[in-house]
Design a protein. Structure first.
Length: 151
């Protein structure tokens, strides 16, 4: 289970979600109309990248609700990058939409975030109004690391 540090997190601004295992997820969000937009960053990236900030500016101009966050081991969230897994990062994304958003969301995934967005849509289909991949990289692990495995 994930709990915001405050039982009623602010509708806008930055904050931290604390998960039941003590790990934390850093986030920033804007209040606005729904469907909201959730930005999922790429591998070794974070919520302060240019794409995340551009999507946030677009949402701000339209009065659209928006959330960006750092997966575990990235940016201001807890954990070591080396210990992260796609499953853990998906759990972070599920926690973010479950706790910080209302109603269906448009998922915007950059690179690995596109993969997470697809997995999130499968995990929470009723919470997804749409999905946009920006240079999405669904399931890139085989090409990147498969040859490094020993028989």
């Amino acid at each position: 289970m994930t709990e915001p540090n405050d039982k009623h997190p602010p509708a806008e601004g930055g904050g931290i979600l604390t998960r039941s295992d003590g790990s934390t997820i850093a986030y920033n969000r804007l209040a606005g109309k729904n469907p909201g937009v959730v930005f999922l960053h790429g591998f070794k990236s974070d919520m302060t990248g240019g794409k995340a900030l551009a999507v946030e500016a677009f949402c701000r101009d339209r009065g659209q609700a928006f959330v960006r966050f750092d997966c575990g081991g990235h940016g201001a969230s807890s954990g070591r990058f080396e210990d992260g897994t796609i499953g853990q990062w998906l759990d972070d994304a599920v926690a973010v939409i479950d706790v910080l958003t209302d109603g269906p969301q448009v998922l915007v995934g950059s690179s690995m975030g596109g993969w997470l967005a697809l997995l999130l849509a499968l995990t929470r289909p009723r919470r997804v109004a749409g999905l946009l991949g920006l240079a999405a990289a669904p399931d890139f692990t085989e090409e990147l690391i498969f040859d490094a495995f020993t028989p």
